[in-house]
Design a protein around this ligand. Structure first.
Ligand SMILES: *Cc1c(COP(=O)(O)O)cnc(C)c1O
Length: 379
């Protein structure tokens, strides 16, 4: 699904000395590389504060802790996402409220969000799934009207732009009160281990969060709040700082691969290719509205699982993200849910298939993958 080795071979002359420098200076924790990466990422995202942390799941948890959410507060998020999003809500003893997503872009459905709001609702967590922003303008409007916090799960969309109706573009993850991202190796900006970060334009919130990631300390050995230990280590920061200048190029390579996939599947009945919704139709070169963390097809009529099996037999990697709606997962069952409210997610889990997507995909590979799929679909 990803080719981390191929990418590493291209950048080892930059990455190796950066890692070596951390080792030579033994600044493993909170070294200058962490600060340097933080500053460079703030500049790249045009956001006032980046707070690095240990992984994307921590980033979400710490964001929610920083906002002062309390047990019993309801937090609305998408039913169709990776479990980390709902996990941290539950872990903090907040009440997860899962809602359905859109059929076209897989992102949280605005009407479903509106319907789920109660007097206990305190926050919305849109997940920018597969590399494209949720409808942030609508979400921010709802949040304003009901006095809710917005926490963007930006683990899959780093570098993507969100385009407002008036044409203004901002980076994914910098629109809500706070954004969280992951630098897991297979993410669009991945390190060589675990890593994550929190973004915010709110000075007070940034201050609170900087304490939380460091055992609740604002002054050495004074613990004002209950915190956690969540750090991006200096070696990971060195890798990320070396890769950050390449991120736009990497995302372009992903978009190009997506375009080639789209072109190949264009006239194939029963294959629905992904669409981009924010301010452009088709996959344009200029607005960076989709960074294709995943390239995800919907397979109609043909049995998706049979296709998965066929691809596996032909040594073509593929993934099903996600095979089970979160509201049906044992850990997150809630008898308040009504199956009729999850019609889209319940359908998507049967239809979606994600194809290999990375910065090293070449035409020959794409040709082999697409022709194998088309042959199978056309029987
Ligand atoms: C990867 C991912 C996370 C978690 O990131 P980790 O760094 O693995 O903890 C959270 N949310 C989404 C949507 C993700 O894809």
């Amino acid at each position: 699904m990803v080719d981390l080795k191929g990418q590493y071979n291209d950048i080892k002359n930059v990455v190796n000395p950066a890692i070596q420098e951390v080792i030579e200076t033994t600044t493993f924790i909170n070294g200058p590389k962490v600060h340097q990466f933080q500053k460079n990422l703030e500049q790249y995202l045009s956001v006032k504060h980046v707070i690095p942390c240990a992984n994307g799941t921590d980033a979400l948890q710490i964001a929610m802790m920083g906002l002062g959410l309390k047990p019993g507060d309801e937090v609305i998020t998408a039913d169709f996402t990776f479990a980390a999003t709902v996990e941290v809500i539950a872990l903090l003893q907040l009440t997860p409220v899962l809602v359905d997503v859109n059929e076209d872009d897989f992102n949280i459905n605005i009407e479903a969000v509106k319907k789920a709001i109660t007097s206990k609702t305190k926050a919305i967590v849109p997940v920018h799934l597969f590399g494209q922003c949720a409808n942030m303008e609508a979400i921010m409007e709802i949040a304003k009207e009901h006095n809710l916090f917005v926490i963007e799960d930006n683990a899959q969309a780093i570098g993507a732009n969100y385009t407002y109706k008036n044409g203004r573009k901002v980076k994914a993850g910098t629109i809500g009160n706070v954004g969280a991202t992951s630098f897991f190796p297979s993410k669009n900006l991945g390190c060589y281990g675990d890593g994550g970060a929190i973004f915010t334009n709110d000075d007070d919130l940034a201050h609170i969060i900087r304490g939380i990631v460091n055992h609740g300390m604002y002054e050495r050995y004074h613990h004002d709040v209950v915190g956690v230990n969540s750090r991006l280590d200096s070696i990971q920061a060195a890798v990320l700082d070396a890769k950050l200048p390449l991120l736009d190029g990497y995302n372009n390579a992903r978009r190009n691969a997506a375009k080639k996939y789209n072109e190949a599947f264009k006239n194939i009945e029963n294959i629905v290719t992904p669409i981009t919704v924010n301010g452009c139709d088709g996959i344009c070169d200029t607005c960076d509205c989709h960074v294709f963390h995943q390239y995800t097809l919907k397979i109609k009529v043909t049995n998706r699982d049979a296709l998965v099996k066929h691809l596996n037999e032909n040594d073509i990697p593929c993934g099903v993200y996600y095979p089970i709606p979160l509201h049906k997962q044992k850990a997150y069952l809630d008898n308040r849910y009504n199956e009729a409210d999850f019609a889209v997610t319940n359908q998507l889990v049967k239809e979606v298939i994600s194809l290999p997507m990375h910065t090293e995909l070449d035409d020959e590979q794409i040709q082999f993958i697409t022709s194998t799929i088309i042959k199978f679909i056309n029987g």
